[in-house]
Design a protein around this ligand. Structure first.
Ligand SMILES: *[C@@H]1O[C@H](CO)[C@@H](O)[C@H](O)[C@H]1NC(C)=O
Ligand SMILES: *[C@@H]1O[C@H](CO)[C@@H](O)[C@H](O)[C@H]1NC(C)=O
Ligand SMILES: *[C@@H]1O[C@H](CO)[C@@H](O)[C@H](O)[C@H]1NC(C)=O
Ligand SMILES: *[C@@H]1O[C@H](CO)[C@@H](O)[C@H](O)[C@H]1NC(C)=O
Ligand SMILES: *[C@@H]1O[C@H](CO)[C@@H](O)[C@H](O)[C@H]1NC(C)=O
Ligand SMILES: *[C@@H]1O[C@H](CO)[C@@H](O)[C@H](O)[C@H]1NC(C)=O
Ligand SMILES: *[C@@H]1O[C@H](CO)[C@@H](O)[C@H](O)[C@H]1NC(C)=O
Ligand SMILES: *[C@@H]1O[C@H](CO)[C@@H](O)[C@H](O)[C@H]1NC(C)=O
Length: 372
């Protein structure tokens, strides 16, 4: 080997070592690995489940490798601390106690424990100590009881999802829902389906919200108009809260350009659909089933050509139906049980090939088939 080649080789070896040593901090500290193993050891794994999302990650964890490489575990590149833990659909079964070693992972930013079976455990107030969390998902994991007030301390949260398996198994203590919305000023996504919130919606909430899902939550009172003016809002679902009164803004909403999904079935939206709906140009899904709506469907709505899914059934809507067929991308349309009239003309077979579902029954329609 010549001097030049040797120098090159040495340089190469040196670089390799640099790369290797810069990857050293990836190795997770022993206490973190131990906390993960202890956490796993408090559960059994249901290996014969037939769930389609079945993914028992902890079974594949290999104790002789560094925990940062374990399935569902992610570490900080500089400190080596565990910052993400995704154990969704991992078939974990057993009680989740407050002394869980999970709470030793104090640097966690993202924690997903959704779709496991914690046997009706309470949500520990200690979740409130994981103060770096930006994402927390405790959905469909058989937690029951009160949502601890301490969750409102997680002021960095961007995403909070807690869906109950059995309706109303989870609930908020008095004023704790208002407290949550007041304190979590960074929230982008709040998803609390099937939980007994039993509260009004406060006037102040994070202005960054993009997804707000509070279906089947027993919320009541008047929905603050500000919700419709969240300028990044993409999805709003307050359906099936019959004690909630919704009055749509009559002027252009600040969420007009971004809103893709509007689901308000089964709320009290007594009145007409305002023309301001015509500005919702991004709308893909509009569900206003059984809302006590009356009057005709305003003309500007015909222009919402991106709508694929439209459900206006069980209202008192009137006026001619035929124009609805201008919706360019409609796949699902449900308008049954209204007072609509006019004539539906199926002029060509192609025109209704686009539908996966179409129900216009129980109206005053004349239907004409001219299929050629
Ligand atoms: C995790 O727990 C399950 C069930 O107790 C066990 O089969 C598995 O070996 C554990 N994983 C590790 C890495 O200890
Ligand atoms: C665990 O990792 C060690 C070291 O990489 C390897 O020798 C061993 O085969 C692995 N065990 C399993 C069960 O994959
Ligand atoms: C954690 O708490 C439970 C219930 O109080 C108890 O049965 C268990 O022994 C405790 N575990 C440890 C490691 O202290
Ligand atoms: C919901 O909670 C409220 C008060 O917290 C209670 O009065 C009501 O009965 C609960 N509703 C259901 C359906 O559990
Ligand atoms: C809509 O957005 C504009 C510009 O950000 C803001 O000035 C206005 O107050 C918002 N309107 C409502 C009703 O929130
Ligand atoms: C429904 O909304 C209308 C109009 O906003 C209101 O007058 C009525 O009292 C509400 N009904 C219920 C049951 O809240
Ligand atoms: C439905 O609307 C009618 C008026 O159109 C009103 O008299 C009635 O109280 C409303 N029903 C509910 C449950 O709010
Ligand atoms: C709807 O579209 C028609 C024709 O493209 C246009 O003349 C009308 O101004 C539009 N209405 C609204 C509310 O955008």
């Amino acid at each position: 080997m010549g001097i030049g080649k040797l120098a090159l080789f040495l340089l190469y070896a040196f670089l390799c070592q640099l790369v290797f040593s810069s990857s050293l901090p990836h190795l997770c500290p022993n206490d973190q690995a131990l906390a993960l193993l202890q956490f796993n050891n408090t559960f059994t794994i249901n290996l014969d489940a037939s769930s389609s999302d079945y993914d028992p990650k902890t079974v594949k964890w290999n104790k002789s490798t560094y925990c940062c490489s374990w399935d569902g575990v992610k570490c900080d590149e500089t400190t080596g601390q565990v910052i993400e833990l995704d154990l969704s659909s991992s078939q974990l079964r057993g009680k989740f106690h407050s002394n869980s070693s999970l709470f030793k992972l104090s640097n966690l930013k993202k924690l997903d424990l959704s779709d496991n079976d914690f046997f009706g455990s309470l949500i520990s107030p200690k979740f409130g100590e994981l103060s770096s969390l930006t994402h927390l998902d405790l959905s469909y994991s058989s937690f029951t009881g009160l949502i601890p007030e301490e969750i409102s301390r997680l002021s960095k949260l961007h995403v909070l999802r807690i869906r109950s398996i059995n309706q109303y198994d989870l609930r908020f203590g008095p004023h704790n829902f208002e407290l949550l919305l007041k304190k979590l000023t960074q929230l982008r996504e709040l998803d609390l389906y099937d939980m007994n919130i039993s509260s009004t919606i406060p006037l102040k909430f994070s202005s960054y919200l993009t997804n707000l899902g509070l279906s089947y939550t027993q919320i009541y009172g008047i929905l603050p108009e500000g919700v419709f003016h969240l300028s990044n809002l993409e999805s709003l679902d307050f359906s099936n809260n019959p004690q909630l009164t919704v009055r749509f803004p009559t002027t252009k909403w600040n969420s007009s350009a971004s809103l893709m999904k509007l689901c308000l079935s089964g709320v009290n939206a007594t009145g007409r659909i305002p023309e301001s709906f015509g500005h919702l140009t991004s709308l893909r899904k509009l569900e206003l089933f059984s809302c006590n709506l009356s009057g005709s469907i305003p003309k500007p709505l015909w222009n919402l050509t991106n709508i694929e899914d439209l459900d206006l059934a069980y209202n008192h809507l009137e006026g001619p139906m035929s124009d609805l067929f201008r919706f360019g991308k409609l796949k699902w349309q449900s308008l049954e049980n209204n007072n609509m009239d006019g004539q539906l003309e199926f002029l060509s077979f192609n025109r209704w090939m686009q539908f996966e579902f179409l129900d216009c029954s129980f109206n005053s329609l004349k239907v004409q088939f001219l299929l050629m």
